[in-house]
Design a protein around this ligand. Sequence first.
Ligand code: SIN
Length: 556
Amino acid sequence: MAISARGSLGLPLRLAAPAPGWELTADVCVVGSGVAGLCVALHARAAGLSVAVVTKVQVDDGSTRWAQGGIAAVLGEADTPAAHARDTEVAGVGLCDPEAVHALVTEGPERLHQLISWGAAFDRDGAGALLLTREGGHSTDRIVHAGGDATGAEVQRALREAVAADPGITLVEHAMVLDLLTDAAGRAAGVTLHVLGEGSSDGVGAIRARAVVLATGGMGQVYAATTNPPVSTGDGVALGLRAGAVATDLEFVQFHPTALYLGPDARGQQPLVSEALRGEGAVLRDGAGERFMTGVHELAELAPRDVVAKAITRVQLRDGVDHVWLDAREVPGLAARFPTIVARCREAGIDPVTDLVPVTPAAHYASGGLATDLAGRTTVPGLYACGEVACTGVHGANRLASNSLLEGLVFAGRIGAALARELPVPSAAVPAAAALAGLLAPAVRGELTGTMSASVGALRNGAGLAEAADRLGELAGHAGDVAPGVAGWEATDLLTVATALTAAAAERRETRGCHWREDHPDAEDAWRVHLDVRLDADGGMRLTRRPVGEPVAVTW
Ligand code: SIN
């Protein structure tokens, strides 16, 4: 059922760019080089396929390497897949798709062991058993970690080395993917991209492929302050929308409760202070030194992430302050267990061993993304999505801590299996015929992120969302005479995802998970649905409701 459509916003259906001047061919083109992208590449190779991995900066510069806490998987003797599923579904507040959750929790342990076989080294006790910790929303200890609080960096290192050792994988760095190429039947047949390099593959080119897998990570840079690195500009979701794919649950942006507070003018990527610290005993305090989580939830500081972020925001509003305090002074062996966080805090002049740490929520994770089936297929034939860019249905309205690396591992395996059995023979890509609208001027990016943080942030209301939608519409209306280049393409991708996210947030008139509406403070049964978003031929957004458990229509 179509429930709303904004008129012609003029968002581009293809990014303005020169015609491709060079070409590369592979069976599979993977866009993104974090856990999802590199695992898909390794699985595709195991199926005997040639792979091109395209990454916007350098292979290690995506969001995976910033992950601190770990990977959730059922490994402890007292743990069960049913318990992990229950915790995941409680955190997802009625919007998780049960089949997707089942796949996540039952296939997770095997995929984790496969990652270990690819070279990732996790922290172990003296007897060699994997050490498990706990984070918000988990009913037991089930999170493996590496280097104390450097799990993502270790995962990234191991996968990068495994990929580099395989001559069947071509890595294309400093490459911004622009748009999908399709064949005459509308099936994905590659991508256009721009490479900042020297030699034969410089400038705008094309990768021809029999399938395209988007693994571009998140969209945190749509906000003024985020834990995401600079590359997280929503390129995969924007590309998918332009190609006609359905995106879903975009309104569920998770705000991590504890980013290090670096002052009122802090912008861009902010240091994360892992939830695992609270798993090891750190507590939250207000300006008077009082704990405030104990009266809010039975799990106190280990309540699901949305609950903690909301409680912090309430204290900040109540007391008129920009941050609260994290007290980690009683965490045993703090500096050895959390070396990354302690070092980063000390750089900022705070010693968590002796001092309280100022923290505030920051945009952290897109629980929604391009809608996929259980094999990672989007609604566009030949186009798959994996990791944060995808919405497989496992996260619902709020991702459970440390389920994200796990989702990348599990669904990369599923995509690898699908690629092995269903890759078509190549057919010629036809040039995209869509009209080009102008690019957004990079100079207005600050205004875009400021609008999103002010009106589409952790706490939202109808009036603010309507103002934000109008402002984004005006920005789209003024997009114009900007020379093609990475800055303009990124700004335009940000505008596209900001517009889709804002439209979904305005439409969902309830509070659920990490979507918090002060004008609709309760969860409503009528809203126990996914909100699917499409980009119309006129460059406007069309929203439709889809019942939970009803798969998105993947018909290829
Ligand atoms: C954290 O370490 O707190 C973040 C982990 C996650 O986002 O799952």
